[in-house]
Design a protein around this ligand. Structure first.
Ligand SMILES: Nc1ncnc2c1ncn2[C@@H]1O[C@H](COP(=O)(O)OP(=O)(O)OP(=O)(O)O)[C@@H](O)[C@H]1O
Length: 242
C-alpha cells in the first residue's frame, strides 16, 4: 500500500478523475437557507459516463457547478484529478477549470462575434497556448464533431444543433478529463439530441469522465451508471458496483 501524497485525495485510485466526499451545499443562512446537497459521496473514473437524475430542485445543477469548481462547498471536499478544490486559490481554481474541466451549459455561452473555430480555440488561448496550436487542436475536435466544413462560420450562421456541437467541442478541446453537461440537449430535436449524447459517449470511451444531468430516462441509457438525487441526497444508484 502506498502513502498518499499530502494534499491529494486519500483514497485516490489511478483512474479517478472526480471524487465528492461528504459534500454539503447550503445556500443562504438562517431561516431562509436551502440545503441543495446533503453529504453526497460520489466518484467518477476516467472512461466513465454517469447520468444524474432527479426531480426539479433536487440539487442536480448544484452538484455539477460544485464538481466543476464554479461554486464552493459548504462542507466536505471535492477532488479533481486528486486536487482538493477547497485548497486552491481562486486563480488556481480557474486554471484547473480551464485545463481539466469542460462544462456544457443549457445555454451555449458561445461568443457570437467569433467563428466556430475561434470559439473552440479560445479556452486554449486563454490558457496560454500559441494561437496556431490552439487553432489546430480546435479544428481537430471540430472535425471529430463533424463540423469541419463549418469551422470558419460565425455562430449566427449555424443551427441550434450545430451551435450546441460547437459548445461541446469547446468543452472537450485540449486534454480535459472531466466533462460536465447540464441538460445539453435542451430544446434540440430528438435526432440532434441523440447525436450530442453519442458524442459525449465517445468522449467517455476515449478516456474522459463524463457527468450528464438529464430529466430523460432515454438519455440516461447512454450512461454506465445513473445516480438519482432527491432533496439534495443520493437516493439510489444503478450500475454499481463497478
Ligand atoms: N444560487 C442559489 N441561491 C439559493 N438557492 C439556490 C441557488 N441555486 C439553487 N438553489 C436551490 O437549491 C436547490 C437545488 O437547486 P438545483 O438548481 O441544484 O436543482 P436541480 O435539480 O438542478 O433543479 P432543476 O432540474 O429545476 O434545474 C433548490 O431548492 C434551489 O431553489
Amino acid at each position: 500500500m502506498t502513502t498518499p501524497t499530502p494534499g491529494t485525495s486519500p483514497g485516490l485510485r489511478p483512474r479517478q478523475v472526480l471524487q465528492l466526499q461528504d459534500v454539503t451545499k447550503i445556500y443562504g443562512a438562517g431561516a431562509t437557507s436551502v440545503a441543495a446537497l446533503r453529504e453526497v459521496n460520489l466518484t467518477l473514473d476516467a472512461g466513465e459516463f454517469v447520468a444524474v437524475m432527479g426531480p426539479s430542485g433536487s440539487g442536480k445543477s448544484s452538484l455539477l457547478a460544485l464538481a466543476g469548481g464554479l461554486d464552493t462547498v459548504t462542507s466536505g471536499e471535492i477532488y479533481v484529478q486528486g486536487t482538493p478544490l477547497s485548497r486552491l486559490s481562486l486563480a488556481d481554481r480557474a486554471a484547473l477549470r480551464r485545463r481539466s474541466v469542460g462544462y456544457v451549459f443549457q445555454e451555449y455561452n458561445l461568443i457570437p462575434t467569433l467563428t466556430a473555430v475561434e470559439n473552440v480555440a479560445l479556452p486554449l488561448e486563454l490558457d496560454g497556448a500559441p494561437p496556431a496550436t490552439a487553432r489546430a487542436q480546435a479544428l481537430e475536435v471540430l472535425a471529430e464533431m463533424g463540423l469541419e466544413e463549418l469551422a470558419e462560420r460565425f455562430l449566427d450562421e449555424l443551427s441550434g444543433g450545430q451551435q450546441q456541437r460547437v459548445a461541446i467541442a469547446r468543452a472537450v478541446v485540449g486534454s480535459r478529463r472531466l466533462i460536465l453537461a447540464d441538460e445539453p440537449t435542451g430544446a434540440l430535436d430528438t435526432v440532434t439530441g441523440e447525436e450530442i449524447l453519442a458524442l459525449l459517449r465517445r468522449r467517455a470511451d476515449a478516456g474522459a469522465a463524463v457527468m450528464l444531468v438529464t430529466h430523460e430516462a432515454r438519455h440516461a441509457g447512454w450512461a454506465d451508471r445513473v445516480i438519482y438525487l432527491r432533496d439534495g441526497a443520493v437516493v439510489s444508484r444503478s450500475g454499481e458496483p463497478r
